[in-house]
Design a protein around this ligand. Structure first.
Ligand code: CDV
Length: 351
């Protein structure tokens, strides 16, 4: 029997200010990665747009200033300022997920993450955020916290493609090769999302349908942002913070359970520039929907867990054995209707 036990970690990164140097931030990330390597961790998940502050909260008049927050080109692993992270991963034979703002060769901007294999010494997969939250234009209120992702990024165009990560499970591809792997066989099946994607069950299900065993998510989630979340139900900052944590945990636990997979989520957390709040709550969740490890604070922190991928089998073979229980003939609306179309009002009863 091949053991499919993995040591994994979410690398939460605390406050990164607007004028923080990328070198300093990457130094912090390398320190977390080295800590992970020293603890025998095999896979580390970093947050969304980790190398810089969460810049979509700002409106930039100067394009050159905006460009400082983007990584240029298709392959960033040799880019100045960030390559140390990938060198450390190769040296320590540890895999990593990391999010960044991508300026593609054709000039388009994407909110992107890659899975870099320290075992294979190369990028195995790239994902571009599909569910971009917020607005294109800033809110009229000058005090509002903006989320201008629709201005700076295009919706991701790479789909939700699961992939296998070699080298994490010794001999995985010998017993039951990847080509004919059944549930619980072969190299681990991974899927990647970015922040807001985690709130959309469609994203999880598309991965679930590819047999995903481990979903990786980096995020930046503010809580004191009523313009973004709405004013209908006024609440204190304390309540807003509590609710943001609750919704994060809710979607990670529920979707991990409903797709019988583990998940790892990593926050860019803390108070950027001493005032822009972001939740922590980086966590590892089991296929039964339990949070098994969670960040204690809002600073740099490694959240480590030992997981057995075979624990995905129970749900995948019973309650969520999709091939036996799903009824696609009833799900049509999901793929061809975007917004809500309500049913007709009933005619009042005839006298
Ligand atoms: N970076 C994000 O995608 N943040 C969103 C906020 C704006 C709601 C999130 O889903 O956490």
């Amino acid at each position: 029997m091949v053991s499919r036990v993995l040591n994994v970690a979410a690398a939460q990164v605390g406050a990164v200010d607007r004028d923080a140097s990328k070198e300093d931030t990457v130094r912090r990330m390398v320190a977390l990665l080295e800590d992970a390597i020293s603890q025998g961790v095999q896979l580390v998940v970093f947050p969304e747009t980790t190398f810089t502050t969460f810049f979509p909260r700002f409106l930039f008049d100067d394009p050159a200033e905006l460009e400082k927050y983007f990584e240029q080109g298709h392959d960033i692993t040799n880019n100045d300022g960030v390559k140390q992270l990938f060198e450390t991963a190769r040296r320590g034979k540890v895999d990593l997920y990391v999010g960044y703002a991508e300026r593609a060769d054709d000039g388009r901007g994407f909110n992107t993450c890659i899975y870099y294999s320290g075992h294979a010494g190369r990028t195995l997969s790239k994902y571009r955020k599909i569910h971009l939250p917020g607005t294109r234009d800033p809110f009229p209120d000058p005090e509002a916290i903006n989320q201008l992702e629709k201005r700076y990024f295009e919706p991701g165009n790479l789909g939700f493609n699961a992939f296998r990560a070699p080298g994490l499970v010794p001999d995985a591809s010998k017993k039951g090769t990847n080509a004919k792997a059944s549930i619980g066989n072969g190299d681990p099946i991974m899927g990647m999302m970015i922040c807001n994607d985690r709130r959309w069950p469609e994203a999880w299900r598309v991965y679930g349908l590819q047999g995903v065993e481990l979903v990786l998510v980096g995020y930046n989630t503010p809580y004191n942002a009523p313009h973004l979340f709405g004013f209908r139900k006024p609440m204190s900052v304390e309540q807003a913070e509590k609710e943001a944590y609750y919704h994060h945990k809710l979607v990670m636990e529920a979707n991990s359970y409903m797709n019988a997979c583990f998940s790892i989520s990593a926050a860019r957390a803390g108070f950027d520039d001493g005032k822009y709040d972001l939740i922590g709550g980086s966590a590892v969740v089991s296929p039964n929907g339990y949070t098994i490890a969670q960040a204690k604070g809002i600073g740099d922190e490694l959240v480590v867990a030992k997981i057995d991928l075979d624990d995905c089998k129970q749900g995948k073979e019973t309650t969520f054995a999709f091939e036996r229980h799903r009824r696609t003939e009833a799900y049509g609306l999901i793929t061809w209707q975007t917004g809500v179309v309500e049913p007709e009002l009933l005619e009042p009863d005839a006298p």
